[in-house]
Design a protein around this ligand. Structure first.
Ligand SMILES: NC(=O)c1ccc[n+]([C@@H]2O[C@H](COP(=O)([O-])OP(=O)(O)OC[C@H]3O[C@@H](n4cnc5c(N)ncnc54)[C@H](OP(=O)(O)O)[C@@H]3O)[C@@H](O)[C@H]2O)c1
Length: 220
């Protein structure tokens, strides 16, 4: 049974994804910070692992993810300011990549952000820092030597999931239900031949399993 370690395991996308991964046959361990999240994660079928990304060193994380096959980085500062964005979405990702490499965990998934997000709104300097940090996190993972998939969803909403998306190297930007992002990421993990790629994700008409399959490399 493959074992996925989710950093940001108590986040909204991560929590929606966990039962899906479990039902697909994965063992899931989820990093969380707050005591009340322990039972919530256990109820979803995950093994809760307590830790704060700000305080954990690379060797602590390495110990936590040893024996896992997959790392999923679903953490984010969530608009809590430029410094925390740099610390979590930026340095936190770099720490997780170093820990994965040290632990010999080769497959790494990152939730990033759609390049067109916020283009039409004046969202201030903090948002600009967020976009820059997210981009440099993508750059860091791509250069790491790990097998990676970077998912760039459009703006997240808590709408009812449709089970259908538009996914590809370049698709039009849109607002997408967290449930659809979670289902797509679980399916992406479950189709490991779709790897070493960056995927833009928007709402669309293609059922999620098919949308992931269509991203598989073509036979030559
Ligand atoms: N909002 C958007 O429109 C949008 C669009 C595209 C992509 N994204 C990206 O999507 C990702 C996930 O989104 P989401 O809605 O699932 O976010 P979320 O619910 O805010 O989840 C983020 C998780 O990161 C965790 N985290 C923050 N600081 C941490 C720390 N120091 N140590 C350990 N964990 C920490 C949080 O823990 P706590 O539960 O303890 O707070 C939370 O569980 C984020 O990276 C975000 O940047 C967002």
């Amino acid at each position: 049974m493959a074992h996925a370690f989710i950093i940001g395991g108590a986040g909204q996308i991560a929590r929606k994804m966990t039962p899906d991964l479990v039902s697909k046959g994965y063992q899931v361990s989820s990093l969380y910070r707050h005591d009340e999240q322990h039972q919530q994660l256990a109820d979803l079928g995950a093994t809760p692992v307590k830790g704060d990304l700000m305080k954990l060193g690379v060797s602590d994380l390495q110990t936590q993810i040893a024996h896992c096959d997959i790392v999923v980085f679903a953490a984010g500062a969530g608009g809590a300011g430029a410094d925390l964005t740099r610390a979590i979405d930026g340095e936190g990702l770099e720490k997780a990549v170093s820990a994965a490499k040290a632990a010999g965990v080769q497959r790494f998934y990152l939730i990033s952000v759609f390049p067109e997000a916020g283009r039409t709104a004046d969202l201030g300097d903090g948002f600009e820092v967020y976009m820059q940090v997210k981009k440099m996190a993508d750059v860091h993972l791509v250069a790491s030597g790990l097998d990676f998939a970077i998912l760039r969803p459009g703006t997240l909403a808590d709408d009812t999931p449709t089970g259908k998306v538009s996914a590809g190297l370049a698709v039009p930007y849109g607002t997408i239900a967290r449930g659809d992002v979670a289902a797509f990421l679980a399916e992406l993990i479950n189709q490991p031949n779709v790897i070493n790629t960056i995927i833009e994700l928007s709402p669309g008409d293609t059922p999620i399993t098919q949308a992931v399959s269509q991203l598989a490399p073509k036979a030559v």
